[in-house]
Design a protein around this ligand. Sequence first.
Ligand SMILES: *Cc1c(COP(=O)(O)O)cnc(C)c1O
Length: 495
Amino acid sequence: MSVDEFFLGAGRGETSYRDAMDRAVETVIETVANRERPHSGASPEELAAQFDDPVVPEEGQRLEMTIDEVAERVLRHSVDPSNPRCAAHLQCPPMIPGLAAETLLTATNQSLDSFDQAPAATVLEERVVTALCDLFDLPEDADGVFTSGGTQSNFQALLLARDRYCDQQFDRNVQTDGLPAAAPSLRILCSEAAHFTGKQAAHHLGLGERAVYTVPTDADGCMDLDELDAALDDLDRRDELPFALVGTAGTTDFGSIDPLPALADRAADRDLWFHVDAAYGGALAVSDEFSDHLAGIERADSIAVDFHKLFYQPISCGALLLRDGADFRLMARNAAYLNPEAHDEGGIPNLVSKSVQTTRRFDALKPYVAFRTLGRTGLAELVEHTLELADDAAALVREADDFELLGEPTLNAVVFRYRPRPGLSDEAVSALNAAVRRDLLDDGRALVARTTVDGVTSLKVTLLNPTATLEDVAAMLDAVRDCGDRVADTREVTA
Ligand SMILES: *Cc1c(COP(=O)(O)O)cnc(C)c1O
């Protein structure tokens, strides 16, 4: 393979590029077409045994051969998020407009750190961000940036919250001078159902996980407001310094949405930074039917939203939105080699100053292509279908004698236990459901998640797939039953 064939450019490489892309696309189509189950069930040992030849051979081979190897060893054993019975996690089936956008953005390899590496992409990302701020009813001065996902959005939001607080309270510039002496007293409030990345961020921010004060939830998995008020009083009594209140719009297990207007009131009273982690639930903003579930989000200082979940875009794709774009000053960078013009030619946007990344993907293109192609209402239909399916699935579980429904779904996650006999102890139910989930993983017919509710092991399906039907849900429940019977039999035999 010559260098001319390898790189795309003025008249060079078209044939090689087209052949390679065609081959890749055909390979994906063949693999997907021949797959019945969401997962092959191969064990880590079986998978490892396939890769016994060298990763870095002395001499290479033709690209087609490598693609064929990847098809056989990797794609065949990849989980298939487009299968309606792949329902373990918030791993979405990627929509075709997003896959096309991914091809456009990777082939041109724009890097969003500086305008001269991504001129049109820089301007378009800013346009998409503005549209998102409008979608969440943020004010005129709002701004944002694309991120690798909720983890990075939550981290960056809490970093800005910490630094603004330290600036206002202690006249301390954390960017240049590091944490103030009072740092061990800084606190972040969130509910006990909030995503673990809040604690992770506290660690990364030098505050430690114990800086996160978790407020108990009510029966619906939402932050309990009396408990929040008690927590705030408790912090006062102990002279601790809360600086951020995190509300979740779509918790990982139940999809619960915290009472955002009441949280916004508390944050305003106490001058706390109000961050809303809407990584999962943010997509409701496109729906006329369900957007009122997000009421109050427009009062947030910052919002995390993921497009690689309920917006059906390929991984990775997320955004952080700020109510006051001027807060980005707290992390601005001026690397002379990246943006020399920024000093003498005002007005050239170099987005590196808004991001914790330097080289950065043009992920904003994916939601742009999706929005332009489906329109808001087209996207809304997908989201609405999955929420309605979750309600029907919950009804199916509720009516089955051998299943126990754990709460009504808020978004599209349904949490339940397999309880074949009413008299079974919680301990036995825990053991049974844990064994069922393991057995299902080997079986490959359905991928469901395992979680713990009130100390008892439970199962969860996250019905993200807009093509899934109630028959798919019934098939998953049947797979759970079969595995349950099998597990119970083995236990009796071995006992
Ligand atoms: C998925 C998720 C995260 C983590 O986001 P990543 O995109 O995986 O980095 C954080 N918070 C919530 C509520 C989530 O659903």
